[in-house]
Design a protein around this ligand. Sequence first.
Ligand code: SAH
Ligand code: SF4
Length: 348
Amino acid sequence: MTRSELTGWVEETLGEKRFRAEQIFRWLHDKRARSFDAMTNLSKALRVKLGDAARVGSLTLDEVKVAADGTRKLLLRTHAGHRIESVVIPMGDRVTLCVSSQVGCKIGCDFCLTGRMSVRQNLSAAEIVDQVYHAQENLTEQPLQLPNGETPASGRRVTNIVYMGMGEPLDNYDQVVRSLKNLLDDLGQNFSSRRITVSTSGIVPKIGQLGRDVPVNLAISLNASHDAQRDRLIPINRKWDIATLMKALREFPLAHRRRITVEYVLLDGVTDAPEDAVRLVRLLRGLRCKVNLIPFNPWPGAPYGRPTAEAVERFGATLRDAGYTVTIRYSKGDDIGAACGQLDGLAA
Ligand code: SAH
Ligand code: SF4
């Protein structure tokens, strides 16, 4: 529940005073309590009443894997027994957490391992926010270390959150929006909306709605420069084609001085041609955006290969020459299967 939903429930269903909702909210989202029993400023009777009426949605942490580059993968289990992953990514003075929004993903992009999983389940808002709380706990217990053994100022907490783990966030819209409202709440973690990014494969009707509901950053997995190509890579393109998607992006209510992130996965010999870069420049004309190029991360049996370093550089140069800010996402943690497109809930 969001704070306002919790307040309504505490007053109407439990018949308790409004301020109790605030106390419970603080326990859940500031102090990260995972049981009503931990809420020691509530009477025993109220804690029992809460336990009879509700459950604190949470995840169990099974394992933490640490990659050579310091990236950490958290393997977590839901109440229903599904396994999901979150990835803690140290980047200079930031610590970015990549959260999952679903178990598996029914969009089924051809290049993405998550899209190949047979299990498909939405995560609840509680299960989404608990990924953040587990990561915060992990960083408190084992702060990040620089090669010289020192802990950087930001090494003890998550500074940024990206919804780029397993699942399509806009295919689990209500729970994702609830999770965002909880993370932004000033009685909870009080994240700045500038530090949260939701990435979508392009569920067009939900894009504008997200912009109106919560003021977070938007990233769009464009990944192709023309429809025949995108139809093949991202099946929902047959429903909402590139022109329809671009129109939704142009109409997105962008806050002052913010830009949309356009993600583009470079597949060797498939999407990395110079002509693709030229078409991409044409598509993006007039859109306030920056481009994030993601060289393909292979997984066993993947039908695509990693682009050459020259192809990546040339592609980036064409976009830069056209005036775009380009970043290249050399994904981290690939030795522990934690890179983009490698998440499948298994430990390997
Ligand atoms: N479902 C959302 C959120 C997941 S983000 C979305 O698709 O946007 C995952 C990002 O990693 C997407 O931009 C996706 O295009 C990219 N990706 C998926 N598989 C990949 C792979 N094997 N190598 C590199 N990037 C990949
Ligand atoms: Fe789903 Fe995103 Fe993977 Fe496509 S890239 S299958 S939308 S998680």
